[in-house]
Write a protein that binds this ligand. Structure first.
Ligand SMILES: Cc1cc2nc3c(=O)[nH]c(=O)nc-3n(C[C@H](O)[C@H](O)[C@H](O)COP(=O)(O)OP(=O)(O)OC[C@H]3O[C@@H](n4cnc5c(N)ncnc54)[C@H](O)[C@@H]3O)c2cc1C
Length: 404
Protein backbone atom coordinates (compact mmCIF):
# COMPACT_ATOMS: atom_id res chain seq x y z
CA UNK A 1 0.00 0.00 0.00
CA UNK A 2 1.28 3.50 -0.84
CA UNK A 3 1.77 6.04 1.95
CA UNK A 4 -1.32 8.13 2.64
CA UNK A 5 -2.44 10.92 4.96
CA UNK A 6 -5.97 11.00 6.37
CA UNK A 7 -8.12 12.49 9.11
CA UNK A 8 -9.30 9.21 10.65
CA UNK A 9 -7.92 5.69 10.27
CA UNK A 10 -9.98 2.77 11.62
CA UNK A 11 -8.30 -0.60 12.18
CA UNK A 12 -10.45 -3.76 12.11
CA UNK A 13 -13.68 -4.72 10.37
CA UNK A 14 -15.68 -6.53 13.03
CA UNK A 15 -18.80 -4.93 14.48
CA UNK A 16 -16.79 -2.17 16.21
CA UNK A 17 -14.67 -1.17 13.21
CA UNK A 18 -17.50 -1.35 10.67
CA UNK A 19 -19.87 0.60 12.92
CA UNK A 20 -17.20 3.27 13.46
CA UNK A 21 -16.59 3.47 9.70
CA UNK A 22 -20.29 3.78 8.85
CA UNK A 23 -20.86 6.52 11.43
CA UNK A 24 -17.65 8.45 10.63
CA UNK A 25 -18.13 8.01 6.88
CA UNK A 26 -21.57 9.59 7.16
CA UNK A 27 -20.03 12.76 8.60
CA UNK A 28 -16.43 13.13 7.42
CA UNK A 29 -14.81 12.74 4.02
CA UNK A 30 -11.30 11.59 4.94
CA UNK A 31 -11.84 8.20 6.61
CA UNK A 32 -9.78 5.08 5.91
CA UNK A 33 -10.63 1.54 7.08
CA UNK A 34 -7.81 -1.01 7.32
CA UNK A 35 -8.39 -4.67 8.04
CA UNK A 36 -6.09 -7.65 7.87
CA UNK A 37 -8.51 -10.08 6.17
CA UNK A 38 -11.57 -9.67 3.97
CA UNK A 39 -14.10 -6.97 4.89
CA UNK A 40 -16.14 -8.25 7.86
CA UNK A 41 -13.97 -11.28 8.58
CA UNK A 42 -14.06 -11.24 12.38
CA UNK A 43 -15.38 -12.79 15.57
CA UNK A 44 -18.41 -10.54 15.17
CA UNK A 45 -19.75 -12.42 12.18
CA UNK A 46 -19.86 -15.59 14.33
CA UNK A 47 -22.25 -14.08 16.91
CA UNK A 48 -25.37 -16.13 17.38
CA UNK A 49 -27.80 -15.38 20.19
CA UNK A 50 -28.42 -11.66 19.94
CA UNK A 51 -27.99 -8.15 21.29
CA UNK A 52 -28.63 -7.19 24.92
CA UNK A 53 -31.06 -4.26 24.84
CA UNK A 54 -32.58 -2.65 27.95
CA UNK A 55 -36.26 -1.89 28.29
CA UNK A 56 -36.18 1.77 27.23
CA UNK A 57 -37.20 3.40 30.51
CA UNK A 58 -35.05 4.73 33.38
CA UNK A 59 -36.11 1.72 35.44
CA UNK A 60 -35.37 -0.71 32.61
CA UNK A 61 -31.87 0.70 32.20
CA UNK A 62 -31.33 0.55 35.96
CA UNK A 63 -32.32 -3.14 36.06
CA UNK A 64 -29.85 -3.90 33.28
CA UNK A 65 -27.10 -2.07 35.18
CA UNK A 66 -27.85 -4.03 38.34
CA UNK A 67 -27.65 -7.32 36.41
CA UNK A 68 -24.33 -6.26 34.87
CA UNK A 69 -22.89 -5.27 38.27
CA UNK A 70 -24.00 -8.57 39.81
CA UNK A 71 -22.31 -10.53 36.98
CA UNK A 72 -19.26 -8.29 36.57
CA UNK A 73 -18.24 -7.76 40.18
CA UNK A 74 -16.04 -4.99 41.61
CA UNK A 75 -13.84 -4.39 38.57
CA UNK A 76 -16.81 -3.44 36.37
CA UNK A 77 -16.50 0.30 35.66
CA UNK A 78 -19.95 1.56 36.59
CA UNK A 79 -19.75 4.88 34.78
CA UNK A 80 -18.64 3.13 31.56
CA UNK A 81 -21.44 0.58 32.02
CA UNK A 82 -24.05 3.27 32.66
CA UNK A 83 -23.12 5.23 29.56
CA UNK A 84 -22.96 1.99 27.54
CA UNK A 85 -26.53 1.11 28.58
CA UNK A 86 -27.77 4.65 27.79
CA UNK A 87 -26.46 4.39 24.22
CA UNK A 88 -27.72 0.91 23.30
CA UNK A 89 -31.21 1.86 22.12
CA UNK A 90 -30.00 4.76 19.88
CA UNK A 91 -27.34 2.44 18.42
CA UNK A 92 -29.80 -0.38 17.68
CA UNK A 93 -32.28 2.15 16.24
CA UNK A 94 -29.54 3.41 13.92
CA UNK A 95 -28.85 -0.15 12.74
CA UNK A 96 -32.55 -0.70 12.16
CA UNK A 97 -32.73 2.50 10.12
CA UNK A 98 -29.95 1.01 7.97
CA UNK A 99 -31.92 -2.19 7.43
CA UNK A 100 -31.40 -4.53 10.41
CA UNK A 101 -34.58 -6.55 10.82
CA UNK A 102 -35.16 -7.97 14.30
CA UNK A 103 -37.51 -10.85 15.16
CA UNK A 104 -41.04 -9.70 16.00
CA UNK A 105 -44.02 -11.55 17.43
CA UNK A 106 -47.52 -11.85 15.91
CA UNK A 107 -48.36 -8.35 17.19
CA UNK A 108 -45.29 -6.83 15.56
CA UNK A 109 -43.49 -6.35 18.90
CA UNK A 110 -39.76 -7.09 19.02
CA UNK A 111 -39.20 -10.50 20.62
CA UNK A 112 -37.09 -10.40 23.79
CA UNK A 113 -35.40 -13.60 24.97
CA UNK A 114 -33.90 -14.57 28.31
CA UNK A 115 -30.24 -15.48 28.88
CA UNK A 116 -28.19 -16.44 31.92
CA UNK A 117 -28.29 -14.19 35.02
CA UNK A 118 -30.81 -11.78 33.50
CA UNK A 119 -33.68 -10.55 35.66
CA UNK A 120 -35.95 -10.18 32.62
CA UNK A 121 -35.85 -11.11 28.90
CA UNK A 122 -33.73 -8.56 26.99
CA UNK A 123 -32.02 -10.43 24.15
CA UNK A 124 -33.17 -9.28 20.71
CA UNK A 125 -31.98 -10.92 17.55
CA UNK A 126 -32.52 -12.45 14.16
CA UNK A 127 -33.02 -16.11 15.01
CA UNK A 128 -29.59 -17.34 16.10
CA UNK A 129 -27.71 -15.44 13.36
CA UNK A 130 -27.29 -11.91 14.75
CA UNK A 131 -23.62 -11.66 13.71
CA UNK A 132 -24.10 -12.28 9.97
CA UNK A 133 -27.19 -10.01 9.95
CA UNK A 134 -25.38 -7.10 11.61
CA UNK A 135 -22.25 -7.44 9.46
CA UNK A 136 -24.35 -7.62 6.26
CA UNK A 137 -26.18 -4.39 7.19
CA UNK A 138 -22.94 -2.59 8.08
CA UNK A 139 -21.15 -3.70 4.91
CA UNK A 140 -24.03 -2.51 2.80
CA UNK A 141 -24.20 0.84 4.66
CA UNK A 142 -20.46 1.30 4.27
CA UNK A 143 -20.83 1.17 0.48
CA UNK A 144 -23.02 4.27 0.72
CA UNK A 145 -20.24 6.28 2.38
CA UNK A 146 -16.99 7.57 0.93
CA UNK A 147 -14.83 5.54 3.33
CA UNK A 148 -11.71 4.19 1.65
CA UNK A 149 -11.39 0.47 2.50
CA UNK A 150 -8.16 -1.53 2.34
CA UNK A 151 -8.45 -5.26 2.99
CA UNK A 152 -5.45 -7.52 3.57
CA UNK A 153 -3.79 -4.64 5.45
CA UNK A 154 -2.16 -5.79 8.69
CA UNK A 155 -1.15 -3.04 11.10
CA UNK A 156 2.21 -3.83 12.73
CA UNK A 157 3.18 -0.47 14.21
CA UNK A 158 1.57 2.62 15.69
CA UNK A 159 3.43 5.72 16.85
CA UNK A 160 2.42 9.20 17.98
CA UNK A 161 3.70 11.93 15.64
CA UNK A 162 3.05 15.69 15.55
CA UNK A 163 -0.71 16.09 16.02
CA UNK A 164 -1.52 12.56 15.00
CA UNK A 165 -0.43 8.97 14.60
CA UNK A 166 1.75 7.06 12.19
CA UNK A 167 0.41 3.60 11.36
CA UNK A 168 2.72 1.01 9.79
CA UNK A 169 1.56 -1.94 7.71
CA UNK A 170 3.34 -5.25 7.20
CA UNK A 171 3.61 -4.53 3.45
CA UNK A 172 5.71 -1.43 4.21
CA UNK A 173 2.84 1.05 3.73
CA UNK A 174 2.34 3.92 6.16
CA UNK A 175 -0.76 5.94 7.06
CA UNK A 176 -0.44 9.26 8.81
CA UNK A 177 -3.73 10.04 10.54
CA UNK A 178 -4.83 12.85 12.84
CA UNK A 179 -6.98 10.34 14.73
CA UNK A 180 -7.29 6.54 14.78
CA UNK A 181 -9.75 4.00 16.15
CA UNK A 182 -8.40 0.58 17.16
CA UNK A 183 -11.12 -2.05 16.84
CA UNK A 184 -9.00 -5.18 16.59
CA UNK A 185 -11.01 -7.45 18.90
CA UNK A 186 -9.90 -9.80 21.65
CA UNK A 187 -7.08 -12.32 21.87
CA UNK A 188 -9.06 -15.29 23.23
CA UNK A 189 -8.16 -17.55 20.33
CA UNK A 190 -4.44 -16.98 20.85
CA UNK A 191 -4.81 -17.48 24.62
CA UNK A 192 -6.70 -20.77 24.04
CA UNK A 193 -3.88 -22.00 21.79
CA UNK A 194 -1.31 -21.11 24.44
CA UNK A 195 -3.13 -22.93 27.26
CA UNK A 196 -4.37 -25.80 25.08
CA UNK A 197 -8.10 -25.27 25.69
CA UNK A 198 -10.96 -25.47 23.16
CA UNK A 199 -12.29 -22.14 21.89
CA UNK A 200 -15.31 -20.77 20.01
CA UNK A 201 -13.31 -18.04 18.23
CA UNK A 202 -12.05 -18.56 14.69
CA UNK A 203 -8.32 -18.33 13.92
CA UNK A 204 -7.21 -14.69 13.89
CA UNK A 205 -4.31 -12.34 14.61
CA UNK A 206 -6.25 -10.06 16.96
CA UNK A 207 -3.76 -10.61 19.79
CA UNK A 208 -0.91 -8.94 17.89
CA UNK A 209 -2.30 -5.46 18.48
CA UNK A 210 -1.96 -5.94 22.26
CA UNK A 211 1.81 -5.73 22.14
CA UNK A 212 1.60 -2.52 20.11
CA UNK A 213 -0.90 -0.89 22.50
CA UNK A 214 1.13 -2.01 25.56
CA UNK A 215 4.23 -0.49 23.95
CA UNK A 216 2.41 2.86 23.84
CA UNK A 217 1.93 2.68 27.61
CA UNK A 218 -1.87 2.26 27.54
CA UNK A 219 -2.88 0.71 30.88
CA UNK A 220 -4.97 -2.45 31.00
CA UNK A 221 -7.87 -3.53 33.15
CA UNK A 222 -8.53 -7.17 34.12
CA UNK A 223 -5.60 -8.28 31.98
CA UNK A 224 -5.58 -12.04 31.40
CA UNK A 225 -9.24 -12.54 32.39
CA UNK A 226 -11.23 -14.59 29.85
CA UNK A 227 -14.78 -15.86 29.79
CA UNK A 228 -16.03 -19.36 28.96
CA UNK A 229 -19.14 -20.15 26.99
CA UNK A 230 -20.63 -23.07 28.96
CA UNK A 231 -22.42 -24.81 26.09
CA UNK A 232 -19.64 -25.92 23.72
CA UNK A 233 -21.06 -28.70 21.51
CA UNK A 234 -18.74 -31.66 22.11
CA UNK A 235 -20.03 -33.99 19.39
CA UNK A 236 -19.91 -31.24 16.76
CA UNK A 237 -16.31 -30.25 17.48
CA UNK A 238 -14.22 -30.46 14.36
CA UNK A 239 -10.75 -28.99 14.57
CA UNK A 240 -10.17 -25.27 14.86
CA UNK A 241 -13.56 -23.58 15.06
CA UNK A 242 -15.75 -25.03 17.77
CA UNK A 243 -19.52 -24.50 17.66
CA UNK A 244 -21.60 -23.79 20.75
CA UNK A 245 -25.28 -23.70 21.68
CA UNK A 246 -26.46 -20.07 22.07
CA UNK A 247 -27.16 -19.31 25.70
CA UNK A 248 -30.61 -17.96 24.82
CA UNK A 249 -31.86 -21.60 24.86
CA UNK A 250 -32.07 -21.20 28.64
CA UNK A 251 -35.41 -19.42 28.30
CA UNK A 252 -36.92 -22.61 26.87
CA UNK A 253 -36.83 -24.99 29.83
CA UNK A 254 -33.56 -26.77 29.02
CA UNK A 255 -31.73 -28.54 31.85
CA UNK A 256 -28.12 -29.47 32.51
CA UNK A 257 -27.83 -33.07 33.72
CA UNK A 258 -24.99 -35.32 34.87
CA UNK A 259 -24.56 -38.98 33.91
CA UNK A 260 -27.11 -40.03 36.56
CA UNK A 261 -29.73 -37.59 35.26
CA UNK A 262 -29.25 -35.24 38.23
CA UNK A 263 -29.36 -31.46 37.71
CA UNK A 264 -25.86 -29.97 37.64
CA UNK A 265 -26.94 -26.32 37.94
CA UNK A 266 -29.87 -24.15 36.86
CA UNK A 267 -29.37 -23.50 33.15
CA UNK A 268 -30.28 -19.81 33.54
CA UNK A 269 -27.63 -19.10 36.19
CA UNK A 270 -24.71 -16.84 35.27
CA UNK A 271 -22.06 -18.01 32.81
CA UNK A 272 -19.34 -18.30 35.45
CA UNK A 273 -21.59 -20.34 37.75
CA UNK A 274 -22.72 -22.69 34.99
CA UNK A 275 -19.15 -23.11 33.75
CA UNK A 276 -17.83 -23.90 37.25
CA UNK A 277 -20.66 -26.37 37.95
CA UNK A 278 -20.06 -28.27 34.69
CA UNK A 279 -16.31 -28.41 35.30
CA UNK A 280 -16.92 -29.65 38.86
CA UNK A 281 -19.36 -32.34 37.71
CA UNK A 282 -16.73 -33.61 35.25
CA UNK A 283 -13.94 -33.43 37.87
CA UNK A 284 -16.14 -35.33 40.35
CA UNK A 285 -16.58 -38.18 37.85
CA UNK A 286 -20.19 -37.31 37.07
CA UNK A 287 -19.48 -36.38 33.44
CA UNK A 288 -20.22 -38.26 30.22
CA UNK A 289 -17.51 -39.12 27.67
CA UNK A 290 -18.12 -38.01 24.08
CA UNK A 291 -17.32 -40.21 21.08
CA UNK A 292 -14.19 -38.04 20.67
CA UNK A 293 -12.98 -38.80 24.20
CA UNK A 294 -13.89 -35.41 25.72
CA UNK A 295 -15.97 -35.04 28.91
CA UNK A 296 -19.15 -33.06 29.32
CA UNK A 297 -22.70 -33.08 30.66
CA UNK A 298 -26.11 -33.29 29.00
CA UNK A 299 -27.99 -30.20 27.78
CA UNK A 300 -31.60 -31.35 27.33
CA UNK A 301 -32.49 -29.83 23.95
CA UNK A 302 -35.34 -32.38 23.82
CA UNK A 303 -37.06 -30.21 26.47
CA UNK A 304 -37.37 -27.46 23.82
CA UNK A 305 -40.42 -27.51 21.58
CA UNK A 306 -39.32 -28.66 18.08
CA UNK A 307 -41.06 -25.58 16.63
CA UNK A 308 -38.83 -23.26 18.73
CA UNK A 309 -35.66 -25.09 17.73
CA UNK A 310 -36.40 -24.95 14.02
CA UNK A 311 -37.75 -21.36 14.00
CA UNK A 312 -35.61 -19.52 16.57
CA UNK A 313 -32.43 -21.59 16.40
CA UNK A 314 -32.21 -22.37 12.70
CA UNK A 315 -28.40 -22.16 12.62
CA UNK A 316 -28.08 -24.51 15.61
CA UNK A 317 -30.64 -26.89 14.07
CA UNK A 318 -28.46 -26.99 10.92
CA UNK A 319 -25.33 -27.85 12.95
CA UNK A 320 -27.22 -30.60 14.80
CA UNK A 321 -28.51 -32.02 11.50
CA UNK A 322 -25.04 -32.05 9.92
CA UNK A 323 -23.63 -33.97 12.91
CA UNK A 324 -26.51 -36.42 13.24
CA UNK A 325 -27.60 -34.89 16.57
CA UNK A 326 -31.15 -33.81 15.64
CA UNK A 327 -33.86 -34.75 18.14
CA UNK A 328 -31.37 -35.59 20.87
CA UNK A 329 -29.99 -34.10 24.04
CA UNK A 330 -26.42 -32.94 23.45
CA UNK A 331 -23.16 -33.19 25.35
CA UNK A 332 -21.75 -29.79 26.29
CA UNK A 333 -18.63 -28.50 28.01
CA UNK A 334 -17.25 -24.95 28.45
CA UNK A 335 -15.14 -23.45 25.65
CA UNK A 336 -13.01 -20.30 25.96
CA UNK A 337 -15.04 -17.53 24.38
CA UNK A 338 -14.34 -13.88 25.19
CA UNK A 339 -11.57 -11.57 26.41
CA UNK A 340 -12.93 -9.71 29.43
CA UNK A 341 -9.78 -7.77 30.15
CA UNK A 342 -8.49 -5.14 27.78
CA UNK A 343 -7.03 -1.68 27.39
CA UNK A 344 -8.44 1.11 29.53
CA UNK A 345 -10.52 3.68 27.71
CA UNK A 346 -12.28 6.79 28.95
CA UNK A 347 -16.02 7.31 28.50
CA UNK A 348 -15.60 8.93 25.09
CA UNK A 349 -13.49 5.90 23.97
CA UNK A 350 -10.27 7.93 24.04
CA UNK A 351 -7.25 6.60 25.90
CA UNK A 352 -3.99 7.99 27.27
CA UNK A 353 -2.55 8.45 23.75
CA UNK A 354 -3.87 11.71 22.25
CA UNK A 355 -5.93 11.12 19.10
CA UNK A 356 -6.25 7.37 19.70
CA UNK A 357 -9.64 5.75 20.41
CA UNK A 358 -10.54 2.17 21.37
CA UNK A 359 -13.74 0.26 20.59
CA UNK A 360 -15.00 -3.29 21.16
CA UNK A 361 -13.37 -6.34 22.68
CA UNK A 362 -9.90 -4.76 22.62
CA UNK A 363 -11.00 -2.47 25.49
CA UNK A 364 -11.77 -3.60 29.05
CA UNK A 365 -13.77 -2.42 32.04
CA UNK A 366 -17.34 -2.49 30.76
CA UNK A 367 -18.05 -6.08 31.83
CA UNK A 368 -15.76 -6.61 34.82
CA UNK A 369 -15.24 -10.33 35.46
CA UNK A 370 -18.52 -11.49 33.92
CA UNK A 371 -20.12 -10.46 30.63
CA UNK A 372 -23.84 -11.08 30.19
CA UNK A 373 -24.83 -12.74 26.95
CA UNK A 374 -25.52 -10.26 24.15
CA UNK A 375 -23.23 -7.64 25.66
CA UNK A 376 -20.29 -8.52 23.38
CA UNK A 377 -21.62 -7.49 20.00
CA UNK A 378 -23.64 -4.71 21.66
CA UNK A 379 -20.48 -3.35 23.32
CA UNK A 380 -18.67 -3.32 19.96
CA UNK A 381 -21.52 -1.52 18.19
CA UNK A 382 -22.12 1.08 20.91
CA UNK A 383 -18.43 1.89 21.34
CA UNK A 384 -17.76 1.78 17.58
CA UNK A 385 -20.39 4.51 17.18
CA UNK A 386 -19.15 6.53 20.11
CA UNK A 387 -15.48 6.28 19.10
CA UNK A 388 -16.40 7.58 15.64
CA UNK A 389 -18.32 10.55 17.06
CA UNK A 390 -15.47 11.37 19.46
CA UNK A 391 -12.79 11.09 16.76
CA UNK A 392 -14.77 13.31 14.38
CA UNK A 393 -15.28 15.81 17.16
CA UNK A 394 -11.51 15.97 17.63
CA UNK A 395 -11.00 16.40 13.89
CA UNK A 396 -13.34 19.39 13.96
CA UNK A 397 -11.13 21.14 16.50
CA UNK A 398 -8.32 23.44 15.27
CA UNK A 399 -5.01 21.60 14.80
CA UNK A 400 -2.91 23.82 17.05
CA UNK A 401 -3.52 23.19 20.72
CA UNK A 402 -5.96 20.34 20.07
CA UNK A 403 -5.84 18.59 23.44
CA UNK A 404 -7.42 15.40 24.70
C1 LIG B 1 -19.15 -18.14 18.26
C2 LIG B 1 -19.39 -16.79 18.84
C3 LIG B 1 -20.67 -16.42 19.20
C4 LIG B 1 -20.92 -15.16 19.76
N1 LIG B 1 -22.19 -14.81 20.04
C5 LIG B 1 -22.44 -13.57 20.54
C6 LIG B 1 -23.80 -13.13 20.76
O1 LIG B 1 -24.75 -13.85 20.49
N2 LIG B 1 -23.99 -11.90 21.26
C7 LIG B 1 -22.94 -11.06 21.58
O2 LIG B 1 -23.17 -9.96 22.05
N3 LIG B 1 -21.67 -11.43 21.35
C8 LIG B 1 -21.39 -12.66 20.83
N4 LIG B 1 -20.10 -13.04 20.59
C9 LIG B 1 -19.01 -12.09 20.91
C10 LIG B 1 -18.93 -10.99 19.87
O3 LIG B 1 -19.11 -11.53 18.59
C11 LIG B 1 -17.57 -10.28 19.94
O4 LIG B 1 -17.24 -9.98 21.24
C12 LIG B 1 -17.60 -8.95 19.23
O5 LIG B 1 -18.27 -9.09 18.03
C13 LIG B 1 -16.19 -8.42 19.02
O6 LIG B 1 -16.24 -7.41 18.03
P1 LIG B 1 -14.96 -6.53 17.69
O7 LIG B 1 -15.33 -5.70 16.53
O8 LIG B 1 -14.48 -5.86 18.92
O9 LIG B 1 -13.82 -7.58 17.29
P2 LIG B 1 -13.78 -8.65 16.10
O10 LIG B 1 -15.12 -9.00 15.63
O11 LIG B 1 -12.91 -9.75 16.60
O12 LIG B 1 -13.04 -7.86 14.93
C14 LIG B 1 -11.66 -7.55 14.98
C15 LIG B 1 -11.23 -7.10 13.58
O13 LIG B 1 -9.89 -6.57 13.62
C16 LIG B 1 -9.11 -7.16 12.58
N5 LIG B 1 -7.70 -7.09 13.00
C17 LIG B 1 -7.15 -7.65 14.11
N6 LIG B 1 -5.83 -7.33 14.20
C18 LIG B 1 -5.56 -6.54 13.11
C19 LIG B 1 -4.37 -5.90 12.66
N7 LIG B 1 -3.21 -5.96 13.31
N8 LIG B 1 -4.43 -5.17 11.50
C20 LIG B 1 -5.59 -5.06 10.83
N9 LIG B 1 -6.76 -5.65 11.22
C21 LIG B 1 -6.73 -6.38 12.36
C22 LIG B 1 -9.71 -8.56 12.46
O14 LIG B 1 -9.41 -9.20 11.26
C23 LIG B 1 -11.21 -8.24 12.57
O15 LIG B 1 -11.72 -7.78 11.34
C24 LIG B 1 -19.84 -14.28 20.00
C25 LIG B 1 -18.52 -14.64 19.64
C26 LIG B 1 -18.30 -15.88 19.05
C27 LIG B 1 -16.90 -16.22 18.66
Amino acid sequence: MRDITTGLAIVGSGAAGLMAACVAGGIASDVVLLTDGGLGRSNSVMAQGGLHVPIDTPDGRRRMLLDMIAAGGPTLDQSLARRFIDEIVPTVDLLRSWGLVLDVDDDGEIVRRLAGAMSEPRIVGTGDRIGPSVIRVLRSRLRQTGVSVTTGATVCGLNPVDDGLSIELTDGGRITARTAIIATGGGTRHHAELVGEPCTNPANRNFEMSAILSGLGIPTVDEGVYQWQPFGLLEAASGASRPCVPESVVGHGVRILDRDGMDVVAANAGRAEVTAAIQKAVDDGRGIRSSKGEWGVWLTLTDMPERVLSNDFEHLAGILRRHGLSGRDVLVAPYLHYQLGGFRMFEDCSCVVPGLYLAGEVAGGVHGHGRLMGNGLTDSLVHGRRAALSAIDRLDRPVSGAGQ
